[in-house]
Design a protein around this ligand. Structure first.
Ligand SMILES: *[C@@H]1O[C@H](CO)[C@@H](O)[C@H](O)[C@H]1NC(C)=O
Ligand SMILES: *[C@@H]1O[C@H](CO)[C@@H](O)[C@H](O)[C@H]1NC(C)=O
Ligand SMILES: *[C@@H]1O[C@H](CO)[C@@H](O)[C@H](O)[C@H]1NC(C)=O
Ligand SMILES: *[C@@H]1O[C@H](CO)[C@@H](O)[C@H](O)[C@H]1NC(C)=O
Ligand SMILES: *[C@@H]1O[C@H](CO)[C@@H](O)[C@H](O)[C@H]1NC(C)=O
Ligand SMILES: *[C@@H]1O[C@H](CO)[C@@H](O)[C@H](O)[C@H]1NC(C)=O
Ligand SMILES: *[C@@H]1O[C@H](CO)[C@@H](O)[C@H](O)[C@H]1NC(C)=O
Ligand SMILES: *[C@@H]1O[C@H](CO)[C@@H](O)[C@H](O)[C@H]1NC(C)=O
Ligand SMILES: *[C@@H]1O[C@H](CO)[C@@H](O)[C@H](O)[C@H]1NC(C)=O
Ligand SMILES: *[C@@H]1O[C@H](CO)[C@@H](O)[C@H](O)[C@H]1NC(C)=O
Ligand SMILES: *[C@@H]1O[C@H](CO)[C@@H](O)[C@H](O)[C@H]1NC(C)=O
Ligand SMILES: CC(=O)N[C@H]1CO[C@H](CO)[C@@H](O)[C@@H]1O
Length: 450
């Protein structure tokens, strides 16, 4: 080999070997925790009360001062800085120490399920500008959302739900334009939602119980979130949508909608139908939906769960619902459905018969004799209580081998003796799980035996 070539290549080989050795060492030698951050963690611990010995690993004596190995602490394997503090679900009490700001490189902070005893969200959190994940849910925090949080422009996940957060959601929230997941559920908050226009990347929006009565434009704002997969505006005092223009260009990803307890009327349906190719869960209980259940619900071809309980529907159940092959949970309790039960059951083979696991028709005006439910082999829970069923409970119900809960109380049914059900294995599982068994007898004890 040409020696000139070797002299050129030599240093490169040495360099390559050096890199290889260095990499091997780096992945085996643990990074030493940064002293300043170790002291900050100890200061944070000092302000916290651990009733169950949580954080016992946060101790100088252990792990030779290696705070990167402490419970819930994660360091960057490149820089050694603490980048994640995962103290969620640990039921810590006390206060959040200002020493937290020493952990300047934090990108993940989870203090959920703590008890900070009605203190406000600390303003100093606004200086942790590397945060991408902030979870302060279930932490007994109260007061208004501090504007300082709007400094956290890299946030992708923000969960402040289930505290005592009050006031108005600041319009500056629109500054957090990277947000993917937002949960601000709180009955003490209100908002006009104008900031939504600045958060085009949102995939999940959860605002349970927030007073949105001033969000006149909510439908348009929500429709413009093209990445949305989860929309939860349960109990938000939404203003009436009236007769709004149908919105045609919408997200094709929206999979879960919860608009329960929203005083909605059936005029919401054309908008919902925009999502018929993506919706899997549609929760519309406790609204003011009236008239016959629209045939168009059958267009939600991928629906797994449909909840229309506590509305004002009357008439029957459209046969189109049984064409939804994925339908597993159908809840129609507490309406004014007034039909012969035989008419509810699909007459021809329909694929929802195979998929249906949960059916509730409680508190309606269902009449007639108990039909043959053995056409629904997947049924786990069947609730027909508080109707006007008569005749005898057919022994065929015993063929439903997956049945765990049967409630036919408060009808005019004649029952076979309870032990018959047991022997006919009405729900094999009922005999396995004591709780379920008790539930069954509770249910059966309500049957009128004449
Ligand atoms: C450093 O950590 C990241 C994830 O935190 C991991 O994917 C990577 O493999 C680690 N690198 C080394 C050299 O350990
Ligand atoms: C928020 O950021 C601004 C500038 O980016 C800075 O002046 C201010 O101190 C920050 N606020 C907090 C609470 O960190
Ligand atoms: C926040 O923490 C709670 C409780 O631990 C958890 O249920 C929730 O999913 C978390 N939120 C996010 C966005 O991860
Ligand atoms: C929020 O709650 C705090 C503490 O009770 C109170 O001082 C403050 O006035 C409330 N703010 C609003 C806007 O209601
Ligand atoms: C919701 O907020 C409006 C003002 O925007 C107020 O008039 C109304 O009483 C609030 N509703 C509830 C249930 O708090
Ligand atoms: C629908 O919206 C998307 C995203 O904003 C846009 O790219 C597309 O051109 C729109 N289509 C129509 C028909 O308006
Ligand atoms: C429900 O909506 C109707 C009009 O559609 C309105 O008259 C009524 O006050 C609303 N109820 C509540 C609790 O918002
Ligand atoms: C959605 O509705 C359209 C028209 O109403 C229909 O052609 C389409 O098949 C439906 N999608 C599914 C998945 O059922
Ligand atoms: C239920 O429907 C019947 C007629 O089918 C009607 O007389 C009754 O008022 C309705 N009840 C309610 C609560 O809407
Ligand atoms: C219940 O349904 C029967 C027949 O379907 C009807 O005659 C009766 O009026 C209904 N009762 C109520 C309270 O809606
Ligand atoms: C059951 O009720 C229907 C009316 O809904 C009635 O026609 C029928 O005779 C009743 N059957 C029995 C066995 O009471
Ligand atoms: C940096 C930045 O985007 N600031 C904006 C935060 O939100 C308020 C209110 O929408 C705007 O006025 C700021 O310009």
């Amino acid at each position: 080999m040409d020696t000139r070539f070797l002299t050129v290549l030599g240093p490169c080989l040495v360099l390559l070997m050096h890199i290889a050795i260095h990499n091997t060492l780096a992945s085996h030698v643990p990074v030493k925790c940064i002293e300043r951050e170790r002291r900050a963690l100890l200061a944070i611990k000092k302000e916290l009360i651990a009733d169950y010995g949580q954080l016992s690993s946060w101790d100088d004596a252990q792990n030779q001062n290696e705070c990167c190995k402490w419970e819930g602490v994660h360091c960057s394997n490149q820089t050694g800085h603490v980048v994640e503090l995962k103290l969620g679900g640990k039921r810590l009490r006390g206060t959040i120490s200002p020493s937290l700001v020493e952990l300047y490189h934090l990108n993940h902070l989870d203090l959920s399920y703590s008890n900070f005893n009605f203190t406000p969200i600390p303003k100093f959190i606004g200086s942790l500008t590397h945060l991408t994940y902030l979870n302060l849910s279930y932490a007994v925090l109260w007061g208004e959302i501090p504007l300082e949080i709007m400094n956290l422009s890299g946030l992708r996940y923000l969960d402040l739900s289930t505290n005592f957060i009050n006031g108005t959601i600041p319009n500056h929230l629109g500054n957090l334009s990277q947000l993917l997941y937002l949960d601000l559920s709180s009955p003490f908050l209100s908002s006009n939602l104008e900031w939504l226009a600045h958060l085009p990347s949102l995939t999940s929006l959860v605002l349970q119980d927030v007073n949105l009565s001033s969000a006149k434009n909510w439908l348009q704002l929500v429709s413009n979130l093209f990445q949305l997969t989860l929309l939860d505006l349960n109990n938000c005092h939404l203003p009436d949508v009236g007769s709004f223009p149908t919105i045609h260009n919408v997200s094709s990803t929206l999979s879960i909608i919860d608009l329960s307890k929203s005083n909605l009327t059936t005029s919401i349906l054309p908008w919902l139908l925009n999502y018929n190719n993506s919706l899997t869960i549609l929760l519309l209980s406790e609204n003011s939906l009236s008239g016959p259940i629209p045939h168009a619900f059958g267009n939600f071809g991928f629906l797994k769960q449909l909840e229309l309980g506590s509305n004002k529907f009357k008439g029957g159940i459209p046969q189109s619902l049984w064409d939804i092959c994925s339908l597993s949970q159908l809840s129609l309790y507490d309406n004014n459905l007034s039909v012969e039960i035989d008419e509810l059951i699909p007459k021809f083979p329909k694929c929802a018969k195979k998929s249906l696991q949960y059916l509730s028709l409680s508190s309606n005006n269902i009449t007639g004799a108990m039909p043959d439910f053995s056409q629904f082999p997947s049924l786990k829970e069947l609730r027909l209580d508080q109707n006007h069923l008569n005749g005898t409970l057919s022994g065929r119900i015993g063929q439903l081998s997956n049945l765990e809960v049967l409630n036919v109380g408060y009808n005019s049914l004649q029952a076979l003796r309870c032990y018959n059900f047991k022997h006919e294995k009405i729900g094999r599982k009922a005999q396995v799980h004591k709780v379920k068994e008790a539930a069954m007898f509770y249910v059966l004890s309500n049957i009128l035996v004449s």
